[in-house]
Design a protein around this ligand. Structure first.
Ligand SMILES: [Ca+2]
Ligand SMILES: [Ca+2]
Length: 194
């Protein structure tokens, strides 16, 4: 009698442990429990590339809402605040090709690298949750459109028609891909903090 009662208790404890560890793995469960809302400050653009702060702001906001990571709230009522600063944007030759009939080398691929700083702040406890310098790149070549430049423009292993993201004019598209990757990285940083 006593034995079966103990067994029941153990089973109940096991069930609770199992249940709580399961919920831990959901995205929201892995965030600090007292943080329910986030306010995203206007994104500061210290780079010379016009408008990329609006571009990343749109992507990040969209990800927060569509993936239900944290509810967006105004700063005066939010539990936390996210500051994103675009520090700079590099646009440099990445690979060269050598023509046999020429002594000059030609650029085959350029890379846009966006550098940003993110700060996530706990407004309820007045402490830092996360502070990190991040960067992300997008590549482009000399062709007219990145959908047929034979370059894997975002480094995901899919090239041209294999990749839904590879379309559009070279430089502009490389900037867009870099911003998308940076947004992914920011979301990952926040959701993997705990
Ligand atoms: Ca790709
Ligand atoms: Ca391509």
């Amino acid at each position: 009698m006593e034995l079966s009662r103990n067994k029941k208790i153990i089973n109940t404890i096991l069930f609770i442990l199992l249940f709580s560890s399961c919920s831990f793995y959901s995205l929201k469960g892995s965030l600090p429990t007292h943080i329910k809302t986030i306010s995203i400050s206007p994104i500061i653009n210290d780079s010379s590339e016009f408008g990329i702060n609006d571009q990343i702001s749109e992507i990040v906001l969209d990800r927060f809402v569509s993936e239900n990571i944290l509810d967006i709230a105004d700063q005066d009522i939010a539990d936390s605040r996210l500051n994103i600063t675009i520090k700079k944007l590099d646009d440099k030759p990445y690979t060269y090709s050598y023509q046999s009939n020429s002594i000059y080398e030609q650029v085959e691929e350029y890379r846009i690298v966006v550098h940003a700083k993110i700060v996530w702040y706990d407004l309820t406890r007045d402490e830092l949750l996360l502070e990190s310098n991040r960067s992300a790149w997008g590549a482009y070549g000399t062709g007219l459109d990145i959908s047929n430049d034979l370059i894997d423009n975002d480094g995901d292993g899919l090239i041209d028609s294999e990749d839904d993201n590879e379309f559009g004019s070279p430089r502009e598209s490389a900037v867009r891909l870099a911003m998308q990757k940076l947004s992914d990285d920011i979301i990952n940083q926040i959701t993997s903090t705990w």
